[in-house]
Design a protein around this ligand. Structure first.
Ligand code: SAH
Ligand code: SF4
Ligand code: F3S
Length: 476
């Protein structure tokens, strides 16, 4: 029995009132000066999308934004729990704020997101991190104004992390910073309970947004000049399941594709057990849907897949790839894979290598298994030593690098359509539909000014996994 709740307009009105009181609180103490907040995101795209809503709410409460913790009045970390490394990074960053807090007692430090949704983490923060003022879980994001006001007025640590199936909150202000690219959440939560994964515990049950709202939001984004929309969900292929409106993911793709304008639709993530010929047909029919498919396989061994509770075999996965390639010629695959799942043997691992060779992914996100407290796999016998797992991990990465290098080499000389972006350190880059990036060598000022537009790009070189190229022409 599901207990998904849609947040009512009345509840949101109430939050807006709390927001006004937060604004007044700062105005009364620091007249004419906007408080500054520093919001950092540690997780996946879903977390980035949540942070855009957090920033939207903060902006309407009168906050300005800064990247520098030293000058912030409010520091908020939106956390991830998917691997131990992600959690360690957060604890490291929070620990580093202790001194800052001592020097500036008025500073408010907050933690939210997946990590703090876990009971044992909240407990640890309560006991050992008294200088963290505000802790809130994934189901109460929309109540940020209320919780912040409680901190300002009460001065005590506020912890709010109800354990529930989840909520859907519409009409929260959004402050996007993706430029020509935008994330559009279509559903939340996960019902799959892969045995290694913490996400279903911290994100609640699967719930889909109303299709009309999604299409309307896409229309609005396109009107604002967005060129690439990424539809988000832990398993977008189960969009609409159990909903009365009857719109499934392929149908949603078709509806967004039908919107007017020149834009690209991406989506993340697809679960192989729910990817269907109907979906491939929709991709083939919709010119605005990117010919790129992120389809995590996790392991090439059917035995391990079963222990992971993935719901498909190696053979079924490979068949899916075959049908997709047949239906959508030229489709590019990327994937996620885990090395060192409890009980994985050398033979299992070699089947993973074999699958990587067979499919030839454009790129792979590779992870060393990380035990997550409360998940079934965390208590499975795990005899392979960490050093051995690390060697396998390196072996797999080396194989994928070879494959990627070969694929990239084949692209040299071709001319492709790509979206111009400003990459790290201000380098001009062009993003291909399969999500690969071409670095533009020695761009002119005019070319740099074309960020956010499409261009025809000639690929001139490939070094390991980086393509370089030059612009042949920019579209208006
Ligand atoms: N919903 C997506 C994945 C979200 S998590 C899907 O099912 O494909 C992103 C990736 O992190 C997963 O695909 C998996 O490869 C990896 N991952 C999740 N839990 C992990 C763990 N405990 N240890 C190592 N990697 C993990
Ligand atoms: Fe985690 Fe599996 Fe759900 Fe993906 S499908 S979020 S890996 S439980
Ligand atoms: Fe991490 Fe939560 Fe995403 S655990 S991967 S931020 S859903």
């Amino acid at each position: 029995m599901s207990h998904i709740r849609t947040i009512t307009p009345q509840e949101l009105d109430l939050q807006r009132e709390y927001g006004v009181r937060v604004r007044d609180w700062y105005e009364a103490r620091f007249p004419g000066k906007s408080p500054l907040c520093c919001v950092r995101t540690f997780g996946c795209q879903q977390n980035v999308a949540d942070s855009e809503r957090i920033k939207g709410m903060l902006s309407s409460m009168g906050f300005g934004f800064t990247e520098r913790t030293e000058e912030a009045d409010l520091i908020l970390f939106n956390t991830c729990a998917v691997r131990e490394h992600a959690e360690d990074r957060v604890f490291g960053n929070v620990g580093a704020l202790k001194n800052l807090k001592r020097r500036r007692p008025g500073l408010i430090i907050g933690l939210c997101g997946c990590m703090v949704q876990q009971e044992h983490v909240a407990e640890k923060l309560r006991k050992s991190y008294p200088f963290v003022d505000l802790i809130f879980g994934t189901h109460v994001l929309h109540r940020l104004p209320e919780l912040l006001l409680r901190v300002l007025e009460g001065g005590k640590q506020v912890i709010e992390r109800p354990v529930e199936d989840g909520v859907i909150a519409e009409d929260i202000p959004v402050r996007r910073d993706g430029g020509a690219k935008a994330f559009l959440p279509i559903m939340y939560g996960c019902n799959n309970f892969c045995t290694y994964c913490i996400v279903p515990y911290v994100r609640g049950r699967e719930r889909s947004r109303d299709p009309d709202r999604i299409v309307e939001e896409a229309r609005q984004l396109i009107r604002e000049g967005v060129k690439e929309i990424t539809l988000l969900g832990q398993n977008v292929n189960s969009y609409g399941k159990g909903e009365a409106h009857g719109v499934d993911f392929p149908e949603l793709l078709r509806r967004i594709n039908a919107l007017e304008g020149d834009f690209l639709i991406r989506f993340m993530t697809s679960h192989p057990k729910d990817a269907t010929p109907r979906l491939f047909a929709a991709i083939a029919d919709c010119p605005k849907v990117s010919r790129h498919f992120h389809l995590p396989f996790q392991s090439g061994s059917s035995r391990v897949l079963k222990a992971m509770n993935r719901g498909y075999t190696r053979e079924q996965y490979l068949e899916l790839i075959r049908v997709a390639r047949e239906t959508v010629p030229g489709i590019a695959f990327t994937s996620d894979v885990i090395v060192g799942f409890p009980g994985e043997t050398r033979e299992d691992f070699e089947q993973t290598l074999d699958l990587i060779r067979e499919v030839e992914f454009v790129s792979l996100f590779t992870f060393l298994y990380s035990p997550r407290k409360g998940t079934p796999a965390a208590s499975y016998p795990d005899p392979v030593p960490a050093e051995e797992k690390l060697r396998w991990f390196q072996e797999m990465n080396a194989l994928q690098e070879q494959i990627a290098a070969r694929r990239l080499q084949k692209m040299v000389g071709s001319v492709r359509r790509a979206l111009l972006e400003c990459g790290e350190e201000g380098v001009l880059e062009a993003r291909l539909p399969e999500n690969m990036v071409v670095r533009i060598a020695d761009p002119t000022d005019q070319e740099c000014a074309a960020v956010g537009r499409y261009a025809r790009v000639q690929i001139t070189g490939a070094r390991s996994w980086i393509l370089s190229g030059k612009i042949v022409g920019v579209e208006p």
